[in-house]
Design a protein. Structure first.
Length: 286
């Protein structure tokens, strides 16, 4: 046909390359060529093969192709989903523990029984080697003891930017009783009814001592201790939308970043994750 398999797959999927930017060991993704001129995910510039090229096919041929595309589409779309956990080790991640200047304290992060297990101490972050944009992150987690503090950081970048510990980012809170709150960590985001949910405007800020917490939309969405919670975080351009166990918990826009690494906190409480699944998106779920 004159088109590569990757081009046809891109046309079927309606996307370009996987929406990540590897910060360690660059490598082309499954459907992405090494040609950096490729149009990024979500662009309307790449519409697949031209109409003129398609006209060379007979109606029966087009019917067969369209039928094949319809059959393949769900399978290929599902294949786009990617687990950030391999079930064995922490390949694809790196650990930042500010208190461990000697390297002898040990990491609170490990893989056990296929799950990511976090001791809570020492405190720090597990950070992806890659940077991501325009995605849905599905996280299944539970506290294994008394519910405490934990969180997922999106758009993470500069390490130890706040209190010499937290990377520059927007935190989606998982703390027991407050799941779905936003915490602004040298990045910012806006929500409706901001003063009620963040406090007086004069106190807002993104650094130490400022009003950085933006309360969630609903309390009581979390499950009892020991049961698995499901948090879904959608990140598209400068919007971040969060659900906790199927309930809309927060929706922010005008974020000061639109891409970055993903970080998981160790912040005092034992917690474990059995799912961290990333899927590229081009629109937010209504």
């Amino acid at each position: 046909t004159g088109y590569s398999t990757g081009a046809w797959l891109d046309w079927v999927l309606g996307t370009g390359s996987w929406p990540s930017e590897r910060t360690v060991r660059p490598r082309a993704s499954k459907y992405e060529s090494s040609d950096q001129s490729r149009v990024p995910v979500g662009s309307n510039q790449y519409a697949g093969p031209s109409t003129q090229s398609c006209n060379q096919y007979s109606v029966p041929s087009l019917s067969v192709f369209c039928l094949g595309a319809a059959v393949l589409l769900p399978t290929i779309a599902q294949a786009q989903a990617r687990s950030l956990l391999n079930g064995r080790d922490l390949t694809g991640w790196h650990v930042d523990i500010p208190a461990d200047s000697t390297g002898k304290v040990g990491s609170p992060f490990s893989m056990k029984g296929g799950n990511l297990v976090i001791n809570g101490e020492p405190q720090g972050h597990l950070i992806t080697d890659e940077r991501f944009r325009n995605y849905r992150l599905e996280a299944e987690y539970r506290f294994t003891g008394k519910p405490g503090n934990a969180g997922v950081l999106v758009h993470a970048s500069t390490p130890r930017a706040l209190y010499k510990q937290f990377p520059k980012s927007i935190e989606v809170q998982m703390e027991g009783g407050n799941a779905g709150d936003f915490w602004c960590i040298v990045e910012d985001i806006s929500v409706p009814d901001m003063e009620r949910r963040r406090g007086p405007r004069a106190t807002w800020g993104v650094t130490e001592g400022k009003a950085r917490r933006i309360q969630n939309l609903v309390d009581g969405a979390e499950k009892p201790v020991g049961e698995w919670n499901r948090m879904v975080i959608e990140v598209l351009a400068r919007s971040v939308k969060v659900w906790v166990n199927g309930t809309l918990a927060n929706f922010g826009t005008q974020a000061t970043a639109d891409r970055g690494q993903i970080a998981i906190q160790s912040e005092g409480a034992p917690v474990e994750f059995r799912t961290l699944r990333l899927t590229p998106i081009s629109a937010l779920t209504p």
